[in-house]
Design a protein around this ligand. Structure first.
Ligand SMILES: *[C@@H]1O[C@H](CO)[C@@H](O)[C@H](O)[C@H]1NC(C)=O
Ligand SMILES: *[C@@H]1O[C@H](CO)[C@@H](O)[C@H](O)[C@H]1NC(C)=O
Ligand SMILES: *[C@@H]1O[C@H](CO)[C@@H](O)[C@H](O)[C@H]1NC(C)=O
Length: 285
Protein backbone atom coordinates (compact mmCIF):
# COMPACT_ATOMS: atom_id res chain seq x y z
CA UNK A 1 0.00 0.00 0.00
CA UNK A 2 1.35 3.37 -0.93
CA UNK A 3 0.25 6.53 0.71
CA UNK A 4 -0.49 9.40 -1.62
CA UNK A 5 1.47 12.36 -0.55
CA UNK A 6 2.37 15.49 -2.39
CA UNK A 7 2.79 18.08 0.18
CA UNK A 8 4.07 21.22 -1.45
CA UNK A 9 4.55 23.56 1.43
CA UNK A 10 5.73 26.87 0.14
CA UNK A 11 4.73 29.07 3.00
CA UNK A 12 7.05 32.02 2.98
CA UNK A 13 7.50 33.34 6.49
CA UNK A 14 7.36 37.10 6.69
CA UNK A 15 10.38 38.90 8.07
CA UNK A 16 8.44 40.63 10.86
CA UNK A 17 9.67 40.12 14.40
CA UNK A 18 7.67 37.74 16.55
CA UNK A 19 6.72 38.09 20.20
CA UNK A 20 9.27 35.74 21.78
CA UNK A 21 7.92 36.35 25.30
CA UNK A 22 4.59 34.70 24.63
CA UNK A 23 3.87 31.98 27.23
CA UNK A 24 7.44 32.00 28.54
CA UNK A 25 8.04 31.65 32.29
CA UNK A 26 7.52 34.90 34.18
CA UNK A 27 8.10 36.03 37.75
CA UNK A 28 7.07 38.93 39.91
CA UNK A 29 8.08 40.08 43.35
CA UNK A 30 5.36 40.67 45.97
CA UNK A 31 2.43 39.15 44.12
CA UNK A 32 -0.98 40.34 45.25
CA UNK A 33 -2.62 37.26 46.82
CA UNK A 34 0.20 34.76 46.14
CA UNK A 35 -1.09 31.62 44.46
CA UNK A 36 -4.15 33.33 42.99
CA UNK A 37 -3.95 32.99 39.20
CA UNK A 38 -5.95 36.20 38.77
CA UNK A 39 -2.81 38.16 39.62
CA UNK A 40 -0.07 35.81 38.44
CA UNK A 41 3.10 37.07 36.73
CA UNK A 42 2.35 34.81 33.76
CA UNK A 43 -0.77 36.86 32.92
CA UNK A 44 1.60 39.43 31.42
CA UNK A 45 2.85 36.97 28.78
CA UNK A 46 -0.39 35.13 28.01
CA UNK A 47 -1.19 37.14 24.88
CA UNK A 48 -4.43 38.45 26.38
CA UNK A 49 -4.82 42.20 26.73
CA UNK A 50 -8.50 42.89 26.23
CA UNK A 51 -9.06 43.58 29.94
CA UNK A 52 -6.42 45.81 31.48
CA UNK A 53 -8.12 46.16 34.84
CA UNK A 54 -6.48 44.89 38.01
CA UNK A 55 -8.78 41.94 38.66
CA UNK A 56 -9.67 40.90 35.12
CA UNK A 57 -7.24 37.97 35.32
CA UNK A 58 -5.15 39.21 32.40
CA UNK A 59 -2.59 41.21 34.38
CA UNK A 60 0.29 40.58 36.73
CA UNK A 61 -0.55 42.40 39.96
CA UNK A 62 1.71 43.02 42.93
CA UNK A 63 1.35 45.03 46.10
CA UNK A 64 3.12 48.31 46.76
CA UNK A 65 6.65 48.03 48.08
CA UNK A 66 9.93 49.89 47.94
CA UNK A 67 11.05 47.69 45.05
CA UNK A 68 9.03 46.16 42.20
CA UNK A 69 10.43 43.52 39.84
CA UNK A 70 8.81 41.52 37.08
CA UNK A 71 10.69 39.45 34.54
CA UNK A 72 10.19 37.03 31.70
CA UNK A 73 12.66 34.23 30.99
CA UNK A 74 12.98 33.80 27.23
CA UNK A 75 14.64 30.43 28.09
CA UNK A 76 17.62 31.08 25.81
CA UNK A 77 19.52 34.09 24.52
CA UNK A 78 17.47 35.96 21.95
CA UNK A 79 18.20 38.83 19.64
CA UNK A 80 15.72 41.39 20.90
CA UNK A 81 14.59 44.31 18.81
CA UNK A 82 11.84 46.11 20.71
CA UNK A 83 9.65 45.70 23.78
CA UNK A 84 6.04 46.78 24.25
CA UNK A 85 4.49 47.04 27.71
CA UNK A 86 0.77 47.34 28.41
CA UNK A 87 0.33 48.80 31.86
CA UNK A 88 -2.57 48.08 34.13
CA UNK A 89 -5.22 50.76 33.74
CA UNK A 90 -8.96 50.65 34.26
CA UNK A 91 -11.26 52.08 36.87
CA UNK A 92 -8.57 53.19 39.28
CA UNK A 93 -6.35 55.42 37.16
CA UNK A 94 -3.94 55.88 40.07
CA UNK A 95 -2.35 52.57 39.06
CA UNK A 96 -0.49 54.22 36.25
CA UNK A 97 1.44 56.46 38.66
CA UNK A 98 2.97 53.47 40.36
CA UNK A 99 5.09 53.11 37.27
CA UNK A 100 6.68 56.56 37.24
CA UNK A 101 10.45 56.21 37.24
CA UNK A 102 10.38 52.62 35.97
CA UNK A 103 13.17 50.98 34.03
CA UNK A 104 13.47 48.11 31.57
CA UNK A 105 16.54 45.88 31.35
CA UNK A 106 17.68 43.04 29.13
CA UNK A 107 19.97 40.62 30.93
CA UNK A 108 21.39 37.12 30.69
CA UNK A 109 20.53 36.61 34.36
CA UNK A 110 17.71 37.81 36.59
CA UNK A 111 20.10 40.43 37.97
CA UNK A 112 19.61 43.91 36.50
CA UNK A 113 23.14 44.85 37.48
CA UNK A 114 24.44 42.33 34.95
CA UNK A 115 22.08 43.54 32.27
CA UNK A 116 21.78 46.34 29.76
CA UNK A 117 19.51 49.24 30.64
CA UNK A 118 17.06 49.75 27.78
CA UNK A 119 15.02 52.52 29.30
CA UNK A 120 14.80 54.54 32.51
CA UNK A 121 11.91 56.93 32.97
CA UNK A 122 12.88 60.35 34.19
CA UNK A 123 10.43 62.44 32.19
CA UNK A 124 6.94 61.00 32.50
CA UNK A 125 4.48 62.79 34.76
CA UNK A 126 1.01 61.68 35.88
CA UNK A 127 -0.26 63.55 32.81
CA UNK A 128 2.12 62.09 30.25
CA UNK A 129 2.60 58.53 31.55
CA UNK A 130 1.49 56.28 28.65
CA UNK A 131 -0.66 53.22 29.20
CA UNK A 132 1.19 51.44 26.36
CA UNK A 133 4.95 51.84 26.33
CA UNK A 134 7.33 50.90 23.55
CA UNK A 135 11.12 50.90 23.56
CA UNK A 136 13.54 49.83 20.86
CA UNK A 137 16.48 47.98 22.43
CA UNK A 138 18.56 45.88 20.02
CA UNK A 139 20.37 43.73 22.57
CA UNK A 140 21.01 40.00 22.96
CA UNK A 141 19.73 38.54 26.20
CA UNK A 142 17.57 35.97 27.96
CA UNK A 143 15.57 37.97 30.51
CA UNK A 144 13.53 41.12 30.07
CA UNK A 145 13.17 42.80 33.44
CA UNK A 146 10.80 45.52 34.55
CA UNK A 147 12.14 47.30 37.60
CA UNK A 148 11.14 50.21 39.80
CA UNK A 149 12.09 51.46 43.24
CA UNK A 150 11.43 54.14 45.83
CA UNK A 151 14.47 54.59 47.95
CA UNK A 152 14.05 56.03 51.38
CA UNK A 153 15.55 59.46 51.82
CA UNK A 154 15.27 60.27 48.11
CA UNK A 155 12.99 63.12 47.09
CA UNK A 156 11.01 62.07 44.06
CA UNK A 157 9.24 64.33 41.57
CA UNK A 158 5.62 65.36 41.95
CA UNK A 159 3.16 62.55 41.32
CA UNK A 160 5.46 59.70 42.35
CA UNK A 161 3.69 57.36 44.78
CA UNK A 162 5.46 56.31 47.93
CA UNK A 163 5.50 52.65 46.88
CA UNK A 164 5.82 50.88 43.55
CA UNK A 165 4.34 47.73 42.09
CA UNK A 166 4.76 45.91 38.78
CA UNK A 167 1.09 45.88 37.66
CA UNK A 168 1.64 44.94 34.04
CA UNK A 169 -0.94 43.40 31.73
CA UNK A 170 1.24 42.37 28.81
CA UNK A 171 4.91 42.46 27.91
CA UNK A 172 5.68 41.76 24.28
CA UNK A 173 9.30 41.16 23.39
CA UNK A 174 9.91 41.26 19.67
CA UNK A 175 12.99 39.51 18.38
CA UNK A 176 14.42 36.17 17.32
CA UNK A 177 15.95 33.10 18.84
CA UNK A 178 19.65 32.48 18.30
CA UNK A 179 20.60 28.90 17.45
CA UNK A 180 24.24 27.84 17.04
CA UNK A 181 25.28 31.46 16.66
CA UNK A 182 22.81 31.91 13.80
CA UNK A 183 19.69 34.02 13.65
CA UNK A 184 16.30 32.41 13.14
CA UNK A 185 14.11 33.30 10.17
CA UNK A 186 12.53 36.46 11.52
CA UNK A 187 15.83 38.30 11.88
CA UNK A 188 17.23 37.37 8.46
CA UNK A 189 16.85 39.94 5.72
CA UNK A 190 16.00 37.41 3.03
CA UNK A 191 12.33 36.57 3.11
CA UNK A 192 12.77 32.84 2.49
CA UNK A 193 15.78 32.43 4.75
CA UNK A 194 15.52 30.19 7.82
CA UNK A 195 18.92 30.78 9.37
CA UNK A 196 21.50 33.44 8.68
CA UNK A 197 24.87 34.56 9.95
CA UNK A 198 24.48 37.12 12.75
CA UNK A 199 27.28 39.37 11.49
CA UNK A 200 26.99 39.13 7.73
CA UNK A 201 23.24 38.41 7.35
CA UNK A 202 24.23 35.80 4.76
CA UNK A 203 21.67 33.05 4.58
CA UNK A 204 22.91 29.56 5.40
CA UNK A 205 19.58 27.73 5.17
CA UNK A 206 16.65 28.55 2.90
CA UNK A 207 13.03 27.70 3.50
CA UNK A 208 12.22 24.37 1.84
CA UNK A 209 11.35 25.11 -1.78
CA UNK A 210 13.85 27.91 -2.24
CA UNK A 211 17.46 28.27 -3.25
CA UNK A 212 19.96 30.89 -4.30
CA UNK A 213 22.28 33.19 -2.36
CA UNK A 214 19.34 35.14 -1.01
CA UNK A 215 16.86 32.26 -1.16
CA UNK A 216 15.10 34.31 -3.77
CA UNK A 217 14.62 31.51 -6.28
CA UNK A 218 11.93 28.84 -6.17
CA UNK A 219 13.29 25.34 -6.85
CA UNK A 220 13.61 24.56 -10.54
CA UNK A 221 12.62 21.64 -12.73
CA UNK A 222 10.30 19.96 -10.34
CA UNK A 223 12.70 19.73 -7.48
CA UNK A 224 11.47 20.93 -4.17
CA UNK A 225 12.03 20.56 -0.48
CA UNK A 226 15.02 21.37 1.62
CA UNK A 227 17.87 22.62 -0.50
CA UNK A 228 15.75 21.89 -3.60
CA UNK A 229 17.17 18.39 -3.43
CA UNK A 230 14.04 16.27 -3.46
CA UNK A 231 11.90 14.70 -6.15
CA UNK A 232 9.56 11.73 -6.27
CA UNK A 233 8.88 9.72 -9.39
CA UNK A 234 5.80 8.07 -10.83
CA UNK A 235 7.03 4.71 -9.76
CA UNK A 236 6.96 5.80 -6.14
CA UNK A 237 10.71 5.50 -5.84
CA UNK A 238 12.54 8.25 -4.16
CA UNK A 239 15.82 8.94 -5.87
CA UNK A 240 18.76 9.74 -3.70
CA UNK A 241 18.93 13.46 -3.43
CA UNK A 242 15.53 13.83 -5.03
CA UNK A 243 12.08 14.15 -3.54
CA UNK A 244 8.55 15.12 -4.52
CA UNK A 245 7.53 16.42 -7.93
CA UNK A 246 5.29 19.35 -8.55
CA UNK A 247 2.99 18.75 -11.50
CA UNK A 248 3.28 22.31 -12.77
CA UNK A 249 7.04 22.04 -12.92
CA UNK A 250 7.40 18.79 -14.80
CA UNK A 251 8.51 18.55 -18.37
CA UNK A 252 9.51 15.39 -20.14
CA UNK A 253 12.83 16.83 -21.19
CA UNK A 254 13.61 17.53 -17.54
CA UNK A 255 13.04 13.91 -16.75
CA UNK A 256 15.35 12.96 -19.58
CA UNK A 257 18.23 14.50 -17.69
CA UNK A 258 17.56 12.30 -14.70
CA UNK A 259 16.68 8.91 -16.03
CA UNK A 260 16.03 7.70 -19.56
CA UNK A 261 13.42 5.11 -18.70
CA UNK A 262 11.25 7.56 -16.83
CA UNK A 263 11.59 10.14 -19.57
CA UNK A 264 10.45 7.49 -22.01
CA UNK A 265 7.35 6.67 -20.03
CA UNK A 266 6.71 10.36 -19.67
CA UNK A 267 6.69 10.87 -23.40
CA UNK A 268 4.63 7.72 -23.90
CA UNK A 269 2.04 8.61 -21.31
CA UNK A 270 1.40 12.32 -20.97
CA UNK A 271 -1.85 11.62 -19.16
CA UNK A 272 -0.11 9.98 -16.32
CA UNK A 273 2.18 12.93 -16.11
CA UNK A 274 -0.69 15.39 -16.10
CA UNK A 275 -2.23 13.50 -13.22
CA UNK A 276 1.01 13.20 -11.42
CA UNK A 277 -0.17 15.18 -8.46
CA UNK A 278 -2.86 12.63 -7.86
CA UNK A 279 -0.88 9.53 -8.60
CA UNK A 280 2.52 10.20 -7.15
CA UNK A 281 2.97 8.05 -4.14
CA UNK A 282 5.54 7.63 -1.51
CA UNK A 283 6.89 4.20 -0.70
CA UNK A 284 5.94 2.77 2.62
CA UNK A 285 8.90 3.12 4.95
C1 LIG B 1 15.11 30.12 32.55
O1 LIG B 1 14.81 29.08 31.64
C2 LIG B 1 15.86 28.14 31.47
C3 LIG B 1 15.46 27.18 30.37
O2 LIG B 1 14.21 26.65 30.60
C4 LIG B 1 16.09 27.43 32.81
O3 LIG B 1 17.16 26.50 32.67
C5 LIG B 1 16.44 28.48 33.86
O4 LIG B 1 16.58 27.85 35.13
C6 LIG B 1 15.35 29.54 33.95
N1 LIG B 1 15.78 30.60 34.86
C7 LIG B 1 15.15 30.88 36.00
C8 LIG B 1 15.73 31.95 36.82
O5 LIG B 1 14.16 30.27 36.38
C1 LIG C 1 24.24 37.67 26.75
O1 LIG C 1 25.12 36.67 26.28
C2 LIG C 1 25.43 36.79 24.89
C3 LIG C 1 26.36 35.63 24.53
O2 LIG C 1 25.69 34.43 24.71
C4 LIG C 1 26.09 38.13 24.62
O3 LIG C 1 26.35 38.26 23.23
C5 LIG C 1 25.17 39.25 25.08
O4 LIG C 1 25.81 40.49 24.93
C6 LIG C 1 24.79 39.06 26.54
N1 LIG C 1 23.79 40.05 26.88
C7 LIG C 1 23.88 40.88 27.91
C8 LIG C 1 22.74 41.83 28.12
O5 LIG C 1 24.83 40.88 28.68
C1 LIG D 1 7.07 49.79 18.75
O1 LIG D 1 8.22 50.18 18.02
C2 LIG D 1 8.52 49.37 16.87
C3 LIG D 1 9.75 49.92 16.21
O2 LIG D 1 10.75 50.20 17.08
C4 LIG D 1 7.36 49.36 15.93
O3 LIG D 1 7.64 48.49 14.87
C5 LIG D 1 6.10 48.91 16.64
O4 LIG D 1 4.99 48.99 15.78
C6 LIG D 1 5.84 49.76 17.87
N1 LIG D 1 4.69 49.23 18.60
C7 LIG D 1 3.75 50.01 19.14
C8 LIG D 1 2.65 49.30 19.88
O5 LIG D 1 3.79 51.22 19.08
Amino acid sequence: MYIICLCVGLFAISSAYVNVALNKPAYQQNQWKPGDKTYDASNAVDGRKSDLTWNGGQCAVSFGERVATWWVNLTSVHSIHHITIYFLTGSFSGHIFDHLGFSVYISNTTDILQGTLCFKDSNFTPDTMPSIFNTTCPVHGQYVIYYNERESGVIYPHGYQKYVDADICEVEVYGCPIVDNLYGADCCPDVNCQKCNMETDICVECEPGFEGHQCEQACQNGFYGEGCSEIWFLTGHKFAGFGHIRKSDIHCHDLLEWQDSIAASCIRDQVTLANLQDTVSTPKE
